[in-house]
Write a protein that binds this ligand. Structure first.
Ligand code: B16
Ligand code: MG
Length: 211
């Protein structure tokens, strides 16, 4: 493969804050008496905050207006951001540094492509705020995964054509976004259930074999 850039998804690939998302959404759902469990939570991976809320509200027994929806996303985000205070570089997932150093050795550029509007806060908390050649996140885009916008933004910032980019994703919606964007898609974790990925890996270190 002639790969010139690797675009890492953040949550679920570099660091795992999915349990923090789950706890915050669960608190909101309980407050509103809406059924919510880990299975529904899995559908929120890679999905924007407002779209996540819309998925949760499908199980509500009343409708919510735009003001209420905005307030609910703020409520959830406040809880989520408080839990990020415990995050440190010890939380970087195993194998990340092996993949990172391998890319540097081979002059492969690296970016983050995340749906999260908290990306910069998370990267700072885990000491990776200066580690990448580009970052594209939820604050840069109008359309979230499976739309390829976040990955195209990352590729444009790197100055690399999509067909030379490889995306690592833990979300099915993220694999679809990478393929919709004409990139090589590597699935890890929950995304390994997708039949659209070009490769599946169990551990980030396995990325080395693909580069
Ligand atoms: P925020 P990723 C995604 O991050 C999460 O997987 C998803 O659960 C979350 O709803 C989304 O970010 C938005 O996050 O509320 O912080 O803007 O996997 O794309 O790095
Ligand atoms: Mg993710």
């Amino acid at each position: 493969m002639n790969i010139k850039a690797v675009i890492f998804d953040l949550d679920g690939v570099i660091v795992s804050t999915d349990q923090y998302h789950y706890k915050a959404w669960k608190e909101l759902a309980d407050k509103e008496n809406i059924p919510f469990d880990e299975t529904i939570n899995n559908r929120l991976r890679g999905v924007s905050r407002m779209e996540s809320l819309e998925i949760i509200l499908k199980n509500a027994d009343r409708s919510y207006n735009d003001k209420e929806k905005f307030e609910l996303t703020e409520y959830k985000n406040d809880i989520y951001r408080k839990s990020l205070e415990d995050l440190s570089k010890e939380d970087i997932l195993p194998g990340f540094w092996d993949a990172y150093h391998h890319c540097r050795d081979k002059d492969i550029l690296m970016a983050v492509g995340s749906s999260s509007k908290n990306t910069k806060k998370i990267l700072k908390a885990i000491d990776l705020d200066d580690a990448f050649d580009a970052v594209a996140d939820g604050t840069d885009i109008e359309n979230s995964k499976p739309d390829p916008e976040v990955f195209w933004t990352a590729a444009a910032r790197l100055g690399v054509d999509s067909k030379f980019c490889l995306v690592v994703e833990d979300a099915v919606s993220g694999i679809e976004a990478a393929k919709n964007g004409g990139m090589v898609a590597v699935a890890i974790g929950d995304a390994t259930s997708s039949d659209k990925a070009d490769h599946t890996i169990k551990h980030l270190r396995e990325l080395i074999k693909l580069l």
